[in-house]
Design a protein around this ligand. Structure first.
Ligand code: S3P
Length: 171
């Protein structure tokens, strides 16, 4: 156990903050998207295109189950959709201290781009998509998390420091 898990919307900074936090604390860093890509040998947009979102979501749940056994003392960044499933929310909480990195829609829009790497953001009207998905997910992120940390107007280093302080206090 003793993992720190970062959840939140695409562009919240989970991977960037997680990498820095792991380095600072001398912990391992695990990114669930990266593990899935490595294990499946295929990029996420291609996986979505060929097998569909449902298949990817099943892979996420399967990975979370395996992580209960094989992941300790790590900072874990999970894909933005991971906490949507109730089963995953339970699995995340048993894995360690879950931190929800939040950001306003404006901040998220300034950070995410249509670079083809995020299938959930493909299609018309990026802003409307982000707004809808954020609304759908906000309560679920809150349910999944032990702690919440704002990232707006904070540097990556500052967010990392707040996450470190808050998770230490959490125990
Ligand atoms: C997704 C977020 C992505 C990735 C996949 C689906 C989502 O991860 O898991 O494209 O549904 O929010 P990031 O949050 O790291 O971009």
């Amino acid at each position: 156990m003793k993992n720190i898990i970062l959840i939140g919307f695409m562009g919240a900074g989970k991977t960037t903050v997680g990498t820095l936090l792991a380095k600072e604390k001398g912990m391992k860093f695990v990114d669930t998207d990266e593990r899935i890509v490595k294990e499946q040998g295929i990029r996420i947009p291609d996986l979505f295109a060929r097998q569909g979102e449902g298949y990817f979501r099943d892979l996420e749940t399967d990975l979370l189950k395996r992580m209960q056994e094989d992941t300790n003392c790590s900072v874990i960044s999970v894909g933005g959709g991971m906490p949507v499933r109730e089963e995953n929310r339970t699995l995340l909480k048993t894995l360690g201290c879950v931190v929800y990195l939040t950001a306003t829609k404006e901040t998220i829009l300034s950070r995410v781009q249509r670079d083809g790497s995020r299938p959930m953001l493909e299609g018309e009207d990026l802003e409307a998509r982000v707004e809808r998905l954020m609304k759908e997910r906000e309560a679920l992120y809150r349910k999944a998390a032990h702690l919440e940390v704002w990232t707006d107007k904070r540097s990556v280093y500052q967010v990392m420091q707040v996450v470190d302080q808050e998770t230490r206090r959490f125990g």
